[in-house]
Design a protein around this ligand. Structure first.
Ligand SMILES: Cc1cc2nc3c(=O)[nH]c(=O)nc-3n(C[C@H](O)[C@H](O)[C@H](O)COP(=O)(O)O)c2cc1C
Length: 172
């Protein structure tokens, strides 16, 4: 804990990525795995907490993907993705899909719905999306997806991410 800090990003401190990261880290999120198919039809995926709901009518959601992320070419080419929302017992899977150079799908048998993008089984929710808009935003790209199909199972506690660590909450 470092105590309260105020950083003005219009000045010298604009390069203080650590402070900005710490401030972003005060916003509690869920944890998802975003999946897609690459041009060879192989499944790709990465852990993401940038998922947000956008619109109910039409049904839209967004994710932010690092401009250098290995999955971005597959997401661009396939034009479709699935956001798989993790529950608290899937923390190991979150770590597996954030690891570099690993077979991220080891031990995972995904299903498919409309687009062929991998749907991870046993998740708290899955949102299958067709990419509707793709927007360059700094060192990330915002993908806004039209939601084609959803599954949810609220009978779970969510996996939560806060201040750079996985957390659990009790929802009762
Ligand atoms: C909890 C958590 C949330 C993350 N959220 C995102 C995200 O929203 N967008 C993103 O591009 N990368 C995110 N990452 C990083 C990716 O999972 C991945 O490790 C990174 O993109 C490097 O992947 P690559 O080796 O496939 O390029 C997150 C990682 C963790 C552990």
């Amino acid at each position: 804990m470092t105590g309260p800090r105020t950083i003005d990003l219009t000045g010298e401190a604009a390069a203080d990525a650590r402070a900005l990261r710490d401030a972003f880290g005060c916003f509690t999120t869920g944890v998802t795995i975003v999946t897609a198919l690459d041009e060879g039809g192989r499944p790709v995926g990465f852990t993401a907490n940038s998922f947000a709901s956008v619109s109910l009518d039409p049904p839209l959601a967004l994710i932010c993907v690092g401009a250098e992320a290995s999955c971005l070419p597959a997401l661009n080419a396939s034009g479709a993705f699935v956001v798989n929302v993790l529950h608290v017992d899937q923390q190991a899977l979150a770590a597996q899909f954030a690891r570099r150079g690993a077979d991220r799908f080891e031990g995972v048998t995904p299903g498919t719905w409309h687009t062929g993008a991998p749907v991870l089984p046993g998740c708290m929710a899955n949102f299958e999306c067709r990419t509707e808009q793709s927007i360059d935003a700094g060192d990330h790209r915002i993908l806004i997806g039209r939601i084609l199909k959803v599954h949810h199972d609220a009978d779970h506690e969510p996996l939560v991410y806060l201040r750079g660590g996985y957390r659990r909450v009790h929802t009762d």
